[in-house]
Design a protein around this ligand. Structure first.
Ligand code: PEP
Ligand code: MG
Length: 918
């Protein structure tokens, strides 16, 4: 009785193993969290009535088992063995084969599968179930000794590497790993036989090689390769779970923000062979072109090969159809020609899959002796341009609605469409050094590095690098991330480098066969040109071209028809306005092209920094260093025409849209020159002695300039500055109105913390307005007077401030500075540590700190609108271009966000997504 009870308690109620195959499945696509992406989709393909696609039968061990495994120091939940055995029985029944059967053995693969795809970051073992006994059965069944020993060789290689070395925590020295050592034996064998290709070795050679492999393993790892099917199976399962915490997986998770708690599922699936002869093949395909989004079935395949051969980039894969042809593979036979029946079936399946999932699918298939199997389907990774194109096309095709389309593109992905390209003029003038496949769009340039560690190291020092490799593997991810672009000599559009770069939207050229890389000498040669580490390269990732040196880049974003269509779709659901921060007519025009609906911040002081600013800057300096009211008045008078001209140009460029002009903000000493010559000119112009000028300069010095004499405080102490600025704004507007132009200036007073500061300035503004109306014989001007909310006290006393202010614009740069007490210019010394130690989740100067600064914003809006219900509210700090912050701004009821011109399209999308989420 007692023992029964114990047994009952030990058996897990949870269903740890999910079967799929034979037109049935325990799971479905909705169960990604439990079955991982791969397992859930295998279940869907096998079991969904609309699909019933031929997949090799198998089963998935859940991610919960992985979590259990880690919580219980590598132990499995009770009853797992029985569950696995039961599922294996079902597979055996469908396949009419038995696992471990010496007559006709069932072989399986063991693969990982997390919720979110982590390409190549975890482990796989193929051909499990091959032993001294079963191999005889396989030879008989397949009729090929060569095939059987090739499968055995692959199993021994993978198993010793993944299970016996990596999962066992053995970290061999560089080049001393067991896989490498076995590969050396293979090379030696080929040498002895005088052949080049693996395929030129016969059954006898491979058999001998398998024996050598096993001896080597025993010698190096001090353990024998297991000659038992079930031992192999459990070894494989354990190794896949262990690989969740492998170095590569951890690095990838950190980059992609994947929580460690998710765990991976394990898929055990019947092996099907693409290498059973010329009637067999294997390939990878996308239901649409992942490089540009075109609605064209696209893929690569290899006859008589296993799946890993396609991705490994050792043999050049052939195109499946015409769409997939490129300069590199155009003389290879297409699948549609080689196996027309199979191609037709595959084409039908991919159509059904895309329709079912209503999204582009990335599929893996194998043809075993004239029989097609799908091994995997998943939502395909795509770069920004392809994501936008597909979203727009799928709306037109009626596959998805507008809201779905908007959700399909990540705001950051738009960055890729807004990124620079290599200037075509520069390209014309330079002959490419080489040509490869265009795996990641846009242009990039940087210094050559030959390994991932150097890429990371140099990037840390602020250098721009291009990672140049024969090919990449998952160990290189951190270096790939750090590089501006990736260039490989081998591999196709589905190679590791291409997949990873595409996912990140990084510029990438793969398969550039012109390169001859010498890692040892840290050199690369192409068509007789030799380059060394540190030399510059420029890549055109859209065309796959490689140039020597540093070519000029340009903005590729104008007149992008598809992007504009997509942004129009966004605009149809978006409710929050998008303005821009711009200080020149050119910036204003560019932002308008990007869809800006006004200027949210024109920083008046910026007109004294840029190109051609010497003259106005000199006048400004004179004004700053004036001592008497007369001196200052005279200097302001001289300054006035420059200010008016700049503002007028910008108001004109933004005709019909509001323009918020902010009065002078920064501490005055920022403008004071330090060079003797310039000081002397100023002294001369002010008709004072150098020593007097130096005295005045030193008086402007402040201990805490960010909290010193700046913003509204300048206007309060020197009302003449406000008078001049306001007159410039209003007269510019009046002249434009007289010229029948529609302009909407908004005068913004910065750094206000006390309502009385604003009242003081408002009197000045209203007085000047009256004077200007009189001068231009106008009844009114459509002008608003408002303030920035960037001092915590202003947010807290917003009700009093909104008695005067007609609009609020949150200056979240200063609000974050003052709210945290973090100097915005000095966070470099401590913020990285804060982020590392997770004291803060994000840099609060990039993403609004909703818990703290967010409260000040909510409070400011609430109190402001209590007094003035229609108070216009926006944001003009850097956060206005950050997607997460934009969602917050929408939630708290802002009317608009304002960001730099290049962020405007991103903000349009982020605001649309925020509206949909609501
Ligand atoms: C701000 O403080 O958020 C702001 C926009 O003003 P500035 O960055 O010019 O201080
Ligand atoms: Mg500010």
């Amino acid at each position: 009785m007692a023992s029964k009870k114990t047994k009952k308690k030990a058996t897990r109620v949870k269903k740890d193993v999910y079967f799929f195959g034979g037109g049935k499945a325990d799971g479905s696509a909705g169960m990604k969290n439990l079955l991982g992406g791969k397992g859930a989709n295998l279940a869907e393909m096998a079991g969904h009535p609309n699909l019933r696609i031929p997949v090799p039968p198998g089963f998935t061990i859940t991610t919960e088992v992985c979590t259990y495994f880690y919580k219980n120091r590598g132990k499995y939940p009770a009853g797992l063995k029985e569950k696995v055995n039961a599922a294996l029985k079902k597979v055996e029944a469908i396949m009419s084969k038995k696992f471990g059967d010496p007559e006709d053995p069932l072989l399986v693969s063991v693969r990982s599968g997390a919720r979110q795809s982590m390409p190549g970051m975890m482990e796989t073992v193929l051909n499990i179930g091959l032993t001294q006994k079963t191999i005889k059965g396989l030879i008989r069944q397949s009729g090929s000794e060569r095939f059987a020993y090739d499968a055995y060789r692959r199993l021994i290689t993978m198993y010793s590497d993944v299970v016996m070395e990596k999962a066992a925590g053995i970290e061999p020295a560089e080049g001393k790993g067991i896989r490498r050592q076995l590969e050396k034996l293979l090379e030696k064998k080929k040498e002895q036989k005088g052949v080049k290709l693996d395929t030129e070795l016969d059954g006898k050679d491979l058999k001998e090689l398998c024996d050598q492999y096993k001896k080597k393993i025993k010698q190096v790892l001090k353990k024998g390769f297991p000659d038992d099917a079930y031992k192999q199976l459990w070894g494989g399962i354990g190794a896949v779970f262990a690989s969740w915490n492998g170095k590569r997986a951890i690095a990838y998770r950190r980059i992609e923000n994947i929580p460690a708690e998710w765990g991976t599922a394990v898929n055990v699936q019947t092996m099907v062979f693409g290498n059973l002869g010329d009637n067999s093949a294997t390939g990878v395909a996308f239901t649409r072109d992942p490089g540009n989004g075109d609605n064209k079935f696209y893929g690569e395949y290899l006859i008589n090969a296993q799946g890993e051969d396609v991705v490994a980039g050792i043999r050049t894969p052939a195109p499946i159809n015409k769409n997939s042809q490129s300069e590199h593979n155009e003389n290879l036979v297409m699948l549609s020609q080689a196996m027309p029946k199979m191609y037709k079936q595959l084409f039908g399946i991919q159509k059904r899959l895309e329709k079912h999932y209503r999204d582009m699918q990335d599929i893996e298939f194998t043809i075993e002796d004239g029989k097609l199997f799908l091994l995997q389907t998943r939502t395909g990774k795509r770069n920004g341009p392809a994501a936008v194109k597909m979203a727009v096309d799928m709306v037109r095709e009626g596959m998805i609605n507008k809201k779905e389309a908007i959700k399909r593109v990540k705001p950051e992905q738009l960055d890729e469409l807004l990124h620079p390209i290599v200037d075509p003029k520069g390209e014309k003038a330079n002959r490419p050094l080489g040509k490869g496949l265009p795996a990641g769009p846009g242009g990039a340039k940087g210094m050559i590095v030959f390994d991932a560690d150097t890429a990371v190291e140099w990037a840390k020092k602020g250098k721009k690098v291009i990672l140049v490799r024969e090919d990449t593997n998952p160990e290189d991810v951190e270096g790939m991330r750090a590089a501006q672009a990736i260039l490989t000599a081998r591999g196709g559009m589905t190679s590791h480098a291409a997949l990873v770069a595409r996912g990140w939207g990084k510029c990438c050229v793969v398969g550039c066969g012109d390169l001859d890389i010498d890692y040892g000498k840290r050199k690369v040669k192409a068509h007789g040109v030799a380059l060394k580490e540190g030399d510059w390269l420029t890549l055109n990732g859209t065309k796959g071209l490689v140039y020597k040196g540093s070519l000029p880049m340009m903005d590729a974003t104008k007149e992008n028809v598809v992007l504009n269509k997509f942004l129009k779709i966004c605009d149809s659901v978006r409710r929050m306005k998008i303005r821009t921060n711009a200080d020149t007519p050119e910036d204003a025009r560019r932002a308008r092209d990007f869809g800006a609906e006004g200027i949210g911040l024109f920083r008046m002081e910026h007109m004294f920094y840029g190109e051609g600013a010497e003259k106005p800057l000199f006048k400004l300096r004179k004004m700053i260093l004036s001592e008497t009211p007369e001196e200052r008045r005279a200097a302001l008078k001289e300054l006035y025409p420059y200010v008016k001209k700049d503002i007028k140009g910008t108001l004109e460029a933004m005709e019909g849209l509001p323009v918020t002009v902010r009065l002078l903000d920064p501490p005055l000493h920022e403008f004071v020159p330090h060079q003797e010559g310039q000081l002397r000119d100023l002294a001369k112009s002010l008709k004072i002695h150098m020593s007097e000028l130096k005295k005045r300069v030193s008086l402007l010095k402040e201990s805490n300039p960010m909290m010193g004499h700046r913003g509204v405080r300048l206007g309060v102490t020197y009302p003449g500055i406000t008078e001049m600025s306001v007159r410039a704004i209003l007269e510019a507007a009046a002249e434009l109105v007289k010229a029948k132009k529609k302009v909407f200036p908004e005068i913004m007073i910065p750094v206000v913390g006390i309502d009385n500061e604003l009242r003081d300035q408002e009197v000045v503004v209203r007085r000047i307005l009256k004077e200007v109306l009189k001068k231009y014989k106008l009844k009114s001007l459509p002008v608003l007077v408002g303030t920035m909310i960037e001092i915590p006290r202003a947010a807290l006393t917003a009700d009093r401030i909104s008695e005067v202010a007609e609009f609020f614009s949150f200056g979240t740069n200063d609000l974050t500075q003052m709210g945290f007490g973090f100097s915005r210019d000095d966070t470099g010394t401590f913020l990285p540590t804060y982020l590392e130690k997770k004291i803060l989740p994000n840099d609060p100067f990039q993403t609004i700190d909703q818990d703290g600064i967010g409260q000040l914003i909510r409070c400011g809006i609430e109190r402001g609108r209590k007094v003035r219900p229609k108070l216009k509210v926006g944001i003009c700090g850097e956060h206005g271009g950050d997607p997460k912050s934009i969602a917050f701004c929408y939630k708290v009821g802002m009317d608009y966000v304002s960001c730099s011109p290049f962020r405007v399209p991103i903000a349009r999308l982020a605001a649309a997504q925020a509206a949909i989420r609501e």
